[in-house]
Design a protein around this ligand. Structure first.
Ligand code: ATP
Length: 327
């Protein structure tokens, strides 16, 4: 906990500030954080509008969790400043956390308590009035009926995540920080989880969610892509794709893996990404890319089609280029 932490004691004043607060649930500038000599977040600025679902993407170790922890005052940035729910992240961490639900990557409920016991326990810790009723309400809202008496430790991955989300929203937070909430969860459970997230956003809750799944990125109102601690792209999915300025072709042929290796060496081709039986080929210089494609004209076994960049193409391109910059 930061030595500068002050707990803005007047809860009524805070609540009224929250109700009339700024348009942005998160508004931070120039955040940097190092662990020893390793700078894991560098000069990161971001703004998230209230009621939005904001996706946070990037490779492993790129600084997403560290950023989330700075946003709710669990870590103090070395540089930078900003607000979360209108409160200062440097000095009002404790007050921020009273209004934020933070779902960490690790399942942190009690494995040997039942679903209902876990929810009632959390409700009591947060001082929710009538903990039993609040837990019962959460059980219905999350579709956990019939599982109330099951031990949390015996739930499948998808149900565990749903219970963890239930615990997060019991105190009715204004902002949810969800750190890879669906890692390892099957597609049906992920879809249901996302339906819950959209319901919460429709009620005015702001959601910042980190994920490695492209389909989840496409369910967000806005996304940010972070690599090596740098924010490389930000905006709606369409804006991020358009901002890449990538031109793409898709080529299908008998041995996509060998073809991909060959294509990587061709001037004008900056991005090569095998996708099933075909290979996505891209570059920012349209003329150079077209010359590269034309050089394969005699290869009748290959079928070339112009294509549009997918979000995954854009992220692969961003990570390739940022890796070059950071070497
Ligand atoms: N408390 C700490 N002490 C030292 N190094 C840390 C600490 N917390 C994180 N790191 C390092 O900071 C870097 C960024 O980690 P972080 O967990 O923020 O990344 P991430 O983008 O959330 O990764 P993932 O997608 O794998 O969860 C990593 O190299 C990690 O090892």
């Amino acid at each position: 906990m930061s030595g500068r932490e002050v707990d803005g004691g007047d809860l009524a004043a805070q609540d009224s500030a929250l109700a009339t607060g700024p348009d942005y649930a998160i508004d931070v500038q120039g955040l940097s954080k190092s662990f020893g000599t390793n700078q894991v977040v560098h000069n990161l600025s971001m703004r998230v509008r209230r009621g939005q679902i904001y996706g946070f993407l990037g490779p492993n170790g790129s600084g997403k969790t560290t950023t989330i922890r700075m946003l709710c005052g669990l870590l103090t940035p070395d540089e930078g400043h900003g607000t979360c729910l209108g409160m200062d992240i440097l000095t009002q961490g404790r007050a921020i956390r009273r209004h934020v639900g933070y779902m960490t990557q690790k399942f942190s409920l009690y494995a040997d308590l039942s679903v209902r016991e876990n929810l009632e326990f959390i409700a009591r810790i947060y001082g929710v009035p009538d903990a039993e009723a609040a837990a019962a309400e959460a059980i219905v809202a999350l579709g956990l009926e019939g599982r109330e008496r099951q031990l949390a430790g015996d739930l499948s991955g998808g149900w565990k995540q749903r219970l963890a989300l239930g615990a997060c929203i019991l105190p009715k937070p204004q902002l949810l920080l969800l750190d890879e909430p669906t890692a390892g969860v099957d597609p049906k459970a992920r879809r249901e989880f996302w339906a819950q997230i959209h319901d919460l956003a429709a009620e005015g809750v702001t959601v910042l969610v980190s994920t490695h799944y492209m389909d989840e990125a496409e369910r967000c109102h806005e996304i940010a892509y972070i690599a090596y601690g740098e924010l490389l792209a930000q905006g709606t999915v369409d804006e991020v794709v358009a901002g890449s300025a990538l031109h793409m072709w898709r080529v299908t042929g008998p041995d996509p893996a060998a073809l991909a290796r060959e294509l990587m060496e061709v001037p004008g081709i900056e991005l090569v990404a095998p996708f099933g039986t075909s290979v996505h080929v891209g570059g920012r210089d349209r003329a150079a890319l077209e010359r590269a494609v034309a050089s394969f004209a005699a290869r009748e076994e290959l079928v070339w089609r112009p294509d549009s960049p997918s979000l995954e193409d854009v992220f692969i391109d961003l990570i390739n280029r940022s890796r070059d910059n950071f070497r």
